[in-house]
Design a protein around this ligand. Structure first.
Ligand code: AMP
Length: 285
């Protein structure tokens, strides 16, 4: 496994692969790797000749300075895990490599409505930061395929919008959420949870799962309210939002028969830690 920190070195590697016509999979991550990330790596290895994993905590997508400062970083462990997976290249650049002085960090992408709802309301600027870094990584790595987790459900829609608007030739592959035995979705932020919150965190997915049963005999609004009340009734849990949306447009639905694909997206503060999760009520996974 090659560890590359410099853009110039990466470009040489990528150019070489292009000349050979290799299928290249890119797995963008912010490090502090867990089984969720590794599932994307495994999928990319299956589909491609070459897999590049990027490890980069992108300051531009953090709208909260404390969140950026406390974001877990464990590069040496990440390298070990990726070597075990048989990754070809780890791209672990500095901020200056990704955003050199003459780079326009304020470039804005047309992301349509997908970026305006849910996370778009509570994390202003976040998706512009995500689009900026993913666009930059695509430009540098020139992947044929790129892998993203459904845990960040809205992020996939935003990236698809960016790819379409920019006319990029890369296939975006959405991979299923990987969970701990308790049902809690793996997240780098889980390690920031206080011990007692770690124990209660599985309530988020348990509630979503039970709401699927509840939804069979109740309206969208009743289901939305049921989940919101259950979460808010738990000690130390504070719901930021729970929305039941059309999985394509991300706009809220009012009736279960209003869309082919319906997803419930939740964001909860557990103590100071912000966790997100989602459940598919109807349609494709
Ligand atoms: P992050 O390092 O948090 O930016 O995540 C990098 C990629 O891993 C994103 O595409 C995430 O959606 C994906 N990911 C994170 N957690 C999980 C999970 N539990 N299951 C599947 N994919 C995940």
């Amino acid at each position: 496994m090659q560890i590359i920190e410099k853009v110039s070195e990466l470009l040489t590697y990528v150019e070489n692969g292009k000349r050979k016509g290799l299928k290249t999979g890119l797995v963008p991550t912010m490090g502090a790797l867990h089984k969720g990330h590794l599932s994307l790596v495994k999928r990319s290895k299956q589909d491609n000749d070459v897999t590049i994993v990027s490890l980069f905590v992108n300051p531009v997508q953090f709208n909260n300075p404390t969140d950026l400062a406390t974001y877990p970083r464990q590069q040496e462990e990440d390298f070990k895990l990726l070597a075990q997976e048989g990754v070809d290249v780890v791209f672990a650049p500095t901020v200056e490599e990704i955003y050199p002085e003459d780079f326009d960090r304020n470039r804005k992408f047309d992301l349509g409505k997908t970026a305006e709802v849910m996370e778009g309301i509570y994390r202003p600027g976040h998706f512009q930061g995500v689009a900026l870094v993913v666009n930059r990584l695509f430009e540098l790595c020139r992947p044929t395929h790129a892998y993203f987790g459904m845990k960040d459900f809205q992020q996939i829609a935003v990236i698809r919008a960016m790819v379409q608007k920019e006319g990029l030739d890369v296939e975006i592959i959405a991979c299923p959420i990987v969970r701990e035995d308790s049902g809690l979705a793996f997240s780098s932020r889980n390690q920031l949870l206080e011990e007692q919150d770690k124990e209660s965190a599985p309530v988020i997915f348990q509630t979503l799962k039970e709401s699927k049963e509840y939804s069979l005999t109740h309206s969208v609004e009743e289901t939305r309210q049921w989940v919101s009340d259950r979460i808010n009734s738990k000690e130390n849990f504070k719901l930021e939002y729970f929305e039941i949306v059309d999985g394509e447009t991300l706009l809220p639905v009012e009736e279960w028969d209003e869309a082919q694909y319906i997803v419930g997206c939740i964001t909860v503060y557990l103590g100071k830690v912000r966790l997100i999760d989602n459940i598919v009520y109807k349609g494709r996974i």
